[in-house]
Ligand binder design. Structure first.
Ligand SMILES: [Zn+2]
Length: 496
């Protein structure tokens, strides 16, 4: 007997079917509702699609899960404060709620306040006298800190630190933020919130990038308490590789909700910060960005990753960084069946993509980044129109048969946003179909994490992770669609 039957709408990937049956958290049948009725018992639950389509749960191939949760639970959003006193009130309330914790505000903007002045140390000391508190201005270039927070900042008084008024500028800001250590409870709460939020957007699995010990521990605790309902595949910070190798932990270690997949490395930076490594300079400048890990070093790391039977996910955005990755793969002896992954892959040349295909590398791309492409946008400003026109070349990737995985990098979380951009990119030749986009955000991402046997499509034997959309993605633009329900292992994780 089935535990659950979902019926009455199109089933993605199965044009002949209108129902899916679930037993013990897994898909047990896909077919016509009248045929599944024979498997219906007194305890079988029925969910009616009422014509709405059923899709596999979305698998976000690149995000930072803990950060998504902390953004929603730990940091105090000051962008809505209409006055300076209102901003202080928000900080004071949080301090009361969480005594002993750091209080970190973000997004304040004095130009919108009647007081027309910056927050200062004395203000924060009044509002939050007994715990460290700081608040970053909306532009991210300035922060104000209270006396207790400043006492922990070792940078001397000077250009970047004004202790009298409590101002901290530019490079000194991340130094102060690095001191902020949310408590274990706050971290677990953040994971739980990230999981709830992901479910509300239809995300049932994700590859977590740059996972560190603090995040891994928080995920494990949240899972232990049943609060982690998103299947996480973790790509650990490269400097932790010796620990994994020392323990003999290989890819796949873990549970149904928390699994170790591999190691994350960086070949370059970002286009926004002009640190992505390019063959030709940034528009109107001499600088070509910077290779962080050249072919020799990267090849050495790659070999160690393979020896440990782990997967490498390497961040490479600019064409020059991608070149280093391809050369490193050759040096390391990466084989066509090894399935390592390149993260972002924003500016490859067609020839580089041919070699990527030969090496069996997966393209892990974020269609969200197209928000910065097109006339007058940031990528065009940094790269000029010719290079902007070949950024995020999804079509080139698919036409070569390179496995494509879509993710959001949390900018913002939510597959429908990225899918919308992939269907309607600023440069039309790179357009993909809605089936291709959904496949990249489900099966493609599962394949990229060696999870395609269990996730990524609606097949008998796979986990019953799926989403109900409000309408037909073939007819309705994604921006007009929403996720109506999300199931994880056959259980309702979200319902509108
Ligand atoms: Zn990222």
């Amino acid at each position: 007997m089935l535990d659950l039957i979902v019926q009455g709408g199109p089933i993605f990937g199965h044009p002949e079917a209108d129902a899916v049956g679930v037993r013990c958290g897994r898909i047990a049948a896909v077919g016509r509702a009248q045929d599944l009725a024979a498997l219906r018992g007194p305890k079988t639950q029925v969910f009616r699609l009422e014509g709405r389509p059923l899709l596999p749960g979305f698998f976000d191939a690149h995000l930072h899960f803990l950060k998504i949760g902390l953004d929603r639970t730990f940091f105090v959003d000051l962008s809505s404060a209409r006055t300076l006193s209102e901003a202080l009130e928000l900080l004071r309330a949080r301090a009361k709620e969480r005594p002993g914790e750091w209080v970190v505000g973000r997004g304040w903007d004095e130009s919108r306040w009647p007081e027309k002045r910056y927050l200062e140390r004395a203000d924060l000391d009044r509002a939050v006298p007994r715990q460290p508190c700081c608040a970053v201005r909306v532009d991210g270039h300035m922060m104000v800190a209270n006396t207790l927070a400043l006492a922990r900042c070792v940078r001397p008084e000077g250009e970047l630190v004004d202790r009298e008024r409590g101002f901290v500028f530019e490079d000194a800001i991340p130094e102060v933020l690095a001191l902020v250590r949310p408590s274990q409870e706050a971290l677990v709460e953040a994971v739980a919130e990230a999981s709830r939020y992901a479910a509300s957007l239809g995300v049932t699995a994700a590859a977590d990038m740059d996972t560190d010990a603090q995040a891994l521990r928080a995920y494990a605790l949240a899972e232990h308490r049943g609060l982690l309902r998103t299947r996480l595949f973790t790509y650990i910070k490269a400097e932790l590789l010796p620990h994994l190798a020392g323990l003999g932990i290989r890819k796949g270690f873990g549970s149904a909700f928390l699994r170790l997949a591999g190691v994350k490395a960086f070949a370059d930076g970002s286009i926004g910060a002009k640190t992505a490594a390019l063959f030709e300079p940034y528009r109107g400048e001499m600088g070509k960005g910077r290779v962080l890990l050249g072919r020799g070093e990267l090849a050495r790391l790659w070999r160690k990753v393979m020896e440990a039977e782990l997967q490498l996910a390497v961040h490479a955005i600019g064409d020059r960084a991608i070149e280093e990755v391809l050369a490193a793969a050759r040096l390391a002896g990466v084989g066509a069946l090894d399935r390592h992954r390149v993260e972002h892959l924003e500016l490859p040349t067609p020839h580089q993509l041919d070699r990527l295909k030969e090496l069996g590398l997966v393209a892990s791309m974020q269609p969200n980044f197209l928000q910065w492409s097109g006339p007058g946008r940031m990528y065009e400003d940094r790269l000029g129109p010719a290079r902007d026109a070949r950024i995020d070349p999804h079509r080139w990737v698919l036409d070569r048969g390179i496995p494509l995985a879509f993710g959001s990098d949390g900018m913002p979380l939510g597959p429908l946003y990225g899918i919308g951009l992939a269907l309607d990119p600023p440069y039309y030749p790179q357009r993909v179909t809605w089936e291709e986009a959904i496949r990249a955000y489900t099966y493609g991402a599962a394949y990229a994490a060696f999870a395609e046997e269990e996730l990524g499509s609606l097949e008998v034997g796979k986990w019953a992770d799926f989403v109900v959309l409000s309408g037909d993605p073939g007819r309705t633009p994604p921006r007009d669609l929403r996720v109506e329900a999300t199931f994880v292992a056959g259980e309702l994780a979200f319902s509108r």
